[in-house]
Design a protein. Structure first.
Length: 166
């Protein structure tokens, strides 16, 4: 395992929480019940860890109408990804090589597409533009560095240049 790899970082991070836990146990009065101990540990854990760690992207609620595909819950998907509908639409449109337009909470793609294909594209969008390339958390936002757009992680501080979608 390389010293700088995200995996190593994760292991280190987890180790530090184990020590934190042990520390709290050592200082705790032995009369405390286990539940109370847990409560104490919970109080000293950083906010980030308490959050629900699993990042869930809603599945596309899509259907084909004539020659077009309509994603009914596009607003829900973009909200979970915390990126603009236009940017996500541009990505999907380029990936499936078909024009797309945002229509209220829906998106209309000028091509017949299977739901699985849409789900895959949304997932690959998240992997490139949302989920941290360093620590794997979704707490990132778009920032700017020396005139270049970057994606920056709020959890670990990691960042990477944001690719321009053509
Ligand atoms: Zn990160």
């Amino acid at each position: 395992m390389a010293l700088k790899s995200p995996k190593y970082k994760k292991v280190l991070e987890h180790c530090s929480y184990v020590f934190l836990f042990l520390g709290v146990l050592m200082f705790a009065d032995m009369d405390y019940s286990y539940d109370l101990l847990l409560e104490r540990v919970w109080k000293v854990l950083p906010e980030k860890l308490k959050k629900h760690e699993r990042f869930e992207i809603p599945e596309a609620d899509a259907f084909i109408e004539g020659n077009v595909t309509i994603i009914r819950n596009f607003n829900e998907i973009t909200a979970s990804l915390m990126r603009s509908p236009e940017h996500i639409m541009k990505y999907v449109s380029t990936e499936v090589a078909a024009p797309a337009t945002v229509d209220g909470s829906r998106v209309i793609i000028q091509r017949k597409l299977k739901k699985q294909v849409i789900d895959e594209k949304i997932k690959s969008y998240a992997a490139e533009f949302v989920i941290c390339h360093e620590c794997g958390r979704p707490d990132t936002n778009i920032s700017e560095l020396e005139g270049q757009k970057i994606v920056k992680c709020q959890a670990c501080g990691g960042w990477w240049p944001m690719r321009r979608i053509k």
